[in-house]
Design a binder for this molecule. Sequence first.
Ligand SMILES: [Zn+2]
Length: 293
Amino acid sequence: MSSTPPSGTSSRQSTRSSRTPHEDKLVLPLHDDLKDSDPHLELVDTHCHIHSTFQTYKDKYPDGKLADIRTFVSALLQADGSNKLAACVDVYCEGSDMDHWASTLAALSDFPDLDYRFVAGAHPHEAKNYSDELERKFLEAHKHPRCVGWGEIGLDYHYDNSPRDVQQEVLRRQLRTALASDKNKAITIHTREADDDIVVRNLGATCSPSDPSGLRILFETDAPYMPPANMANKQLGMTSKQRFPFAHGGVLPWTAEFVVKVLNEGKGDDDDKWTTVGVLKQARENARRCYGV
Ligand SMILES: [Zn+2]
């Protein structure tokens, strides 16, 4: 048999499959920094798109063994010995999400160890499709007790998938609706290259590893997008050519590890240092305060 692939398409496919690890590698082993930690340490993903993550899995692993969204979440986010999530805030922000939110919620809301919550609202990409009908669907979702906020709403001038004036009008309309609902829910803002129109105040406050309460940080994966770049292939049983194919809640400790590295920059040997567990604990408290999870 010739070793030359019969066509360019097969060549691309084989390259792609060689870069995609076996699906068993998707269940991430407990991060080294968490191995000796407090058993009560709780990981909370405050922003993820679980339905899209499952769709991404099905695209990348067409013959994958995880047949439905509940099995998928159970395997990747609830497995013993992995970086198991205690809570998550799922995001329903596209018009199509409003077609499945109730069934997704029904499938995911009764895990014994996962506090499943969600936010709902129109992403700025969707602004051009906003309508009274779509708003009615969002408001219907907001009646559910597991709905903890509006989001992700905002402005995105990088992609400009909707005209900017339409994005602004839809953002104003959703903010007015959120405030009028008087439910004191969180608002998750998406902003990209819109700094002139969305002012981000410096939320820094005095904090230290021994008194971390001023660390105003929340951790999120935005799954399936952007797995952390510091996930070491060797440690995860992947070849050097492979890439972790999508983010999910189990990657959070790598994000925390990166944050700790930044926080500890410039510290000397004798200085009080941040730890992965320390920032995750503070983020867990912050998630409770922001979203009630
Ligand atoms: Zn998102």
